[in-house]
Design a binder for this molecule. Structure first.
Ligand code: AMP
Ligand code: MG
Length: 509
């Protein structure tokens, strides 16, 4: 086991923060990455350390928040056992293949073993250029760093597999985008930063040995059971597909729109990664898009399962040479890949239906459940009902018809909720569950608080224009306890007023 970060006194009054880093990725062949230290910044200042997460990783949050900790979090100092590197990867961006992307503005500092015994990457994002920067400056603006911090922590609090935010600092430097913005660095924690694009990087070069080394690494780190299987690479493919089917279903059940589901943003561990122009939908609309660059709606809310399947198909392609070794022929490898991919749809639907049952308060499975749920969603779409509030307030309606009023007002035509509610109550009566128990269960499946887009924008505006991080702290606090009704925070639970509504999000670049 690793020792925690400590302020180690070295005899004199000199203190040093020690990270218990290991560096398994740095031990992989050199063509997997480029060794590069973060580029120091002018004047780092701490925005926040995630105390709870730090502790769960065996790190001392106070040491991280100390002046020396902040130097490390900004990339101005390198922890003793860290071997910072930029990972190589490729990727399909909006369908177009780019053979070399890579960490153009991130450094993997190393890995730590959490209290759960699992290995986690610690990465700085916005920490300076690398061999993969192309024309970019290697930096991140404060706004996207705060967005990723809040949204990834909200997702974690809702139990969705995701990278986490360990800390954020401002750099004291400006970054030049459409306007001049303050710079920031995010310290991010991930089960790993392996992506579908990492596999594509080697596949595009015809580097089968590289693919195999990467696949073996992914298996040992994320799918150890696959190693025991007679066909480990097929088992790896099955595992990644299963995790993504589950992940995308969880996104759909929360109204989450990732916004840039490129293959370089598709993680092998099955986590949500690379929060760019992501946002939560308010009025339910399957065609909803926030991202300013997603002109054709490729990554629209309702297209996310399809986009994930497309990305997983690209992943399967990279594994074909390894599947061929397992199956004996090219044809058999292709059939194996298709058989694995075919399962995605069923898995996704199972996860989604199970989630909808919880949201509707069903304890048992009945034939018509999926269509009853679909019926509600159709009415929500026609009536532009707020996705989050509709499901949240259904828990009040489950307690009794006097709870219907709260749901009805969310519908443009309130009366259109009533026939559905009648059918739903008939279904509820088929189960012997107390109204109280049912409502309590439903409240655990449908959050009261999500990071609504206008709130996230307001947080960013206060920080960027007024150096005021109080709104950030407050929103983070609210979304970190998403299932609790909290008196005094009602304004965070309701959708934007027309004049507050923020319809577009922008990439972090
Ligand atoms: P993203 O859209 O953040 O997922 O990034 C896509 C690719 O562009 C990755 O290879 C990033 O490393 C790279 N990239 C994004 N922003 C920058 C930047 N400011 N400087 C250098 N590279 C960047
Ligand atoms: Mg990315």
């Amino acid at each position: 086991m690793s020792s925690p970060v400590t302020l180690v006194s070295s005899g004199s009054d000199h203190n040093s923060v020690s990270f218990p880093f290991t560096n398994t990725y740095a031990r992989l062949p050199q063509r997997f990455y480029s060794r590069v230290d973060p580029t120091p910044v002018a004047a780092p200042r701490l925005i926040k350390v995630n105390y709870e997460l730090a502790r769960s990783l065996g790190l001392d949050p106070q040491a991280l928040a100390s002046s020396e900790g902040v130097e490390i979090l900004a990339g101005n100092q390198i922890a003793e056992v860290s071997e910072p590197l930029a990972m190589a990867y490729a990727g399909h961006q909006f369908g177009n293949f780019v053979p070399q992307l890579g960490d153009g503005r991130a450094n993997l500092l190393g890995e730590v073993i959490g209290q759960d015994g699992l290995r986690y990457d610690i990465q700085l994002k916005g920490s300076g250029p690398s061999a993969f920067s192309r024309r970019g400056d290697g930096r991140a603006a404060l706004g996207p760093v705060l967005r990723e911090y809040i949204v990834s922590e909200a997702m974690a609090a809702m139990g969705i597999p995701t990278t986490r935010a360990l800390a954020a600092v401002t750099t004291g430097e400006q970054v030049f985008r459409e306007t001049i913005l303050p710079g920031a660095v995010l310290a991010r924690v991930a089960a790993s930063h392996l992506r579908v694009g990492t596999f594509q990087y080697f596949a595009a070069k015809g580097d089968i040995e590289g693919i195999q080394t990467l696949a073996d690494y992914a298996i040992s780190r994320h799918y150890p059971d696959a190693a025991q299987s007679g066909k480990p690479y097929r088992a790896l493919l099955d595992g990644v597909i299963a995790r993504h089917a589950h992940l995308i279903a969880q996104w759909m059940l929360l109204g989450f729109i990732h916004g840039v589901m490129n293959t370089d943003n598709t993680s092998i561990s099955g986590e949500t990664i690379d929060y760019g122009p992501c946002a939560f939908m308010e009025a339910y609309d399957p065609a909803k898009v926030f991202s300013s660059i997603d002109h054709r709606g490729r990554y629209a809310y309702g297209n996310q399962p399809h986009a994930a399947h497309w990305n997983l198909t690209r992943f399967a392609e990279t594994l074909l040479p390894l599947l061929q070794k397992e199956e004996g022929s090219e044809e058999a490898a292709t059939s194996s890949a298709w058989a694995a991919l075919e399962v995605f749809g069923t898995r996704f639907e199972q996860a989604q239906t199970a989630g909808l049952r919880r949201k509707l308060g069903f304890f048992t499975e009945r034939e018509g459940d999926a269509s009853l749920a679909q019926d509600l969603m159709d009415h929500m779409a026609t009536n532009r009902a707020d996705f989050t509030l509709t499901f949240r307030r259904l828990s009040d309606a489950a307690a009794g018809p006097e709870g219907d009023a709260g749901v009805r007002t969310l519908f443009a035509d309130p009366g259109s909720f009533d026939p559905w509610a009648a059918a739903w109550r008939n279904r509820l009566r088929e189960e012997d569950v107390s109204a109280q128990e049912r409502a309590a269960n439903m409240r655990l499946a449908s959050p009261a608080f999500i990071p609504r887009n206008h709130r996230v924008e307001a947080v960013i505006e206060a920080a960027v224009l007024r150096q005021d991080f109080q709104p950030f702290e407050e929103l983070l606090d609210v979304v970190s306890r998403p299932y609790e009704d909290r008196p005094g925070f009602e304004r965070y639970a309701v959708p934007a007023l027309p004049e507050e509504y923020v319809s577009q999000t922008f990439c972090g670049t």
